[in-house]
Design a binder for this molecule. Sequence first.
Ligand code: ATP
Length: 246
Amino acid sequence: MDEEAVALRSLGKVYGTGAGRVVALHEVTLDFVTGTFTAVMGPSGSGKSTLLQCAAGLDRPTAGEVYLAGQPLSPLSETKLTLLRRDTVGFIFQSFNLLPALTAELNVALPLRLAGRRPSRREVRDVLAAVGLADRARHRPAQLSGGQQQRVAIARALVSKPAVVFADEPTGALDSATGRDVLALLRGLATGGQTVIMVTHDPVAASYADRVVFLADGAVADELAAPTARSVADRMTTLELAGARS
Ligand SMILES: Nc1ncnc2c1ncn2[C@@H]1O[C@H](COP(=O)(O)OP(=O)(O)OP(=O)(O)O)[C@@H](O)[C@H]1O
């Protein structure tokens, strides 16, 4: 399975028991080929965030298997899983989770320091430059705009050069111009050989991907290759109408 950076096999996730039981994912089988950019879309509650959390090894599925870099996750202890995540994946969330007391460069360096490495200033400055923040390295989050903070968070996710980048609504809090910059950056990562998996509600954001996977009621409802904003929006309307009828 070396061509797939991430593979999901008959993945299931059930939350709660009895009357409070929710089936968030059911029999989801998907491959995310190395060097591709996939957008995951679907109505609210369709299981997008759950899929991302399970695929990234942040949450355990209740059925099926996740393969990350060819490695099945279910046999791994929490410690081994943490190490694999640290070496393999980067996360970008809508909330930036930067440490307010640290400068941009210290925020970016943090994951490497936590992994016991002492990153060179050059390494950190290069990744800040890649997100267009070369001149902001010494600024703290409160001295940066929302878009700049998101780019610091992206630099932090990228500094360890992860094989797989997971992004949950990465442009949700950004204005459209900054959002486009972030999407172009994610597109560039995939072109450079990293694998990007992004949850979004926005057809324009999805159009930057190579493929869109549509979820409905915790299952894969459809896929679209070479998406355009128009084709994604049309497909979503069709799925929503089908959902409203069922
Ligand atoms: N920790 C939890 N406990 C119980 N139910 C949960 C939990 N997390 C998610 N769910 C339920 O699982 C289903 C899928 O949720 P999920 O957050 O994955 O959907 P989503 O497609 O990301 O939604 P949204 O677009 O609104 O963020 C929903 O019915 C949700 O209420």
